[in-house]
Design a protein around this ligand. Structure first.
Ligand code: GLV
Ligand code: MN
Ligand code: MN
Length: 435
């Protein structure tokens, strides 16, 4: 935490563009509206890529964009864009003239909350509506994007929305993947009405800049009492599926020392994950969030156990070293217990710093708006880390109550949502309408 650069605005600068009637923006109302798509009885939201709730939400958003005067358009991946066409003049920011884009993702984790991703999408739609209403057409085109997928919750592949836009990945990389029900990605995209045989344009798209407004999903802002987090770097991550193979046998007749118990081996490996991560120290984090066992019967020794592994740090060499140590330990445990071991890496993204120019423009806005802010790294992954190598990219965080996220209890007070919105509107005003 000592690494954070902490600032409280001096209050000496005056707003250059006072924003009329900002308090009338229906941010909270629209977030509640969107959360009804995929809502469950416990107050959570589950919208998985191309499932029914996801389809309904994305199409309802397209209608909202239409109502708000933002020409909506889908691409073949199911990303949805709302455009506020510019008058074609230079913005003077030095960025090339491709659109300035804001937004985030529409998908959620299973039983997630209503702010992760959705906040950036809803805020983007309302920011463009607001700007058009109060300032007319911008000089430079502004866009909001509702990215189809970021979480990797349905298929073992994350950031599909931003990866398909930037050309980092195409359908050929994902079409064979299967979800928990055995449905292939190729079938899911087709059933949702997208893919290469749909009437939509290809996903590839050029952005002049990408700006993502998001909840922090951690406790730093709330604990330190700041309104805005200006993201300095986004962590790198590796994600794996680890498969441990043993032998199914009778729970009553197989002596403990003669077993090849895949689940017992996996349990020891998971303990090793925790110990190695603790030993590496902060900010390294490693998580096993899912495990399945076969045959999954109470009186049968498990023949197979598969668990997920997610490792993150802001330095690539720390991630690599940690994985190396874990693999060594997994191999030792497998050999000792006569178990088979296999692993599949299905995500590897490097840590990435955000764009200096946009970051410093966000800082200036916080000063002008008298909002206290800090520069901080993001421990969560975001589409912004996929966009940053392709175009100047930055992120704005607002506090998450109690730091809870990926949970139905995820919550950000309306006042905090509005502060982030205010910064976003000012930034889009600067890039879209600046001289
Ligand atoms: C995405 O939300 C992630 O960081 O797992
Ligand atoms: Mn998330
Ligand atoms: Mn998110």
């Amino acid at each position: 935490m000592n690494d954070f650069e902490v600032h409280t605005s001096s209050g000496t600068k005056r707003p250059t563009h006072p924003l009329p009637q900002l308090e009338q923006v229906e941010l909270k109302g629209m977030l509640d509206w969107l959360s009804a798509y995929g809502a469950d009885a416990q107050g959570g939201v589950t919208r998985l890529l191309y499932d029914q709730a996801w389809c309904k939400a994305q199409h309802a958003l397209a209608e909202k964009m239409q109502e708000k005067g933002l020409a909506p358009e889908f691409d073949q991946s199911g990303n949805l864009y709302g455009t506020l066409h510019g008058r074609g003049m230079g913005s003077g920011t030095g960025m090339e003239e491709a659109p300035i884009v804001t937004g985030s993702h529409i998908d959620t984790v299973v039983h997630g909350g209503k702010y992760d991703g959705a906040y950036g999408v809803v805020a983007g739609v309302l920011a463009l509506e607001y700007l058009q209403k109060h300032f007319g057409a911008p000089k430079r085109t502004l866009e909001v994007v509702s990215l189809c997928e970021e979480e990797g919750s349905r298929f073992p592949f994350a950031y599909w929305g931003s990866r398909s836009i930037t050309g980092v990945s195409g359908l050929e990389d994902v079409q064979h993947l299967k979800d928990q029900e055995g449905i292939t990605f190729a079938q899911a995209i087709r059933d949702a009405g997208f893919g290469p045989n749909s009437s939509y344009r290809t996903a590839s798209h050029t952005y002049g800049a990408f700006i993502e407004l998001h909840i922090e999903q951690g406790q730093i802002l709330e604990r330190l009492g700041h309104s805005i987090g200006i993201v300095s770097d986004i962590v790198g991550q590796k994600r794996f599926s680890i498969t441990v193979s043993g032998e199914a046998n009778h729970a009553g007749t197989t002596p403990m020392s003669w077993r090849k118990d895949a689940l017992a081996g996996a349990a020891e490996m998971i303990t090793a994950v925790r110990n190695i991560a603790l030993e590496a120290g902060e900010p390294l984090v490693a998580t096993v969030g899912r495990i399945t066992a076969d045959p999954g019967v109470g009186n049968v020794v498990a023949s197979r156990a598969v668990f997920s592994l997610d490792i993150r740090h802001i330095r690539q060499e720390s991630i690599d070293r940690c994985w190396h140590n874990m693999l060594q330990e997994f191999s030792r445990i497998a050999a000792e217990q006569q178990l088979g071991l296999n692993w599949e890496e299905h995500l590897s993204v490097t840590p990435i710093p955000m764009n200096d120019q946009i970051t410093s423009d966000i800082r200036d806005i916080c000063e002008v708006e008298q909002l206290s802010y800090i520069h901080m790294p993001s421990g969560a992954g975001h589409d912004s880390q996929i966009f940053q190598p392709a175009c100047p990219t930055a992120m704005i965080f607002v506090p998450s109550h109690d730091g809870i996220s990926h949970n139905p209890l995820e919550y950000t007070a309306e006042e905090d949502l509005m502060k982030g919105f205010r910064v976003l509107v000012q930034l889009l005003y600067k890039y879209g309408y600046g001289s």
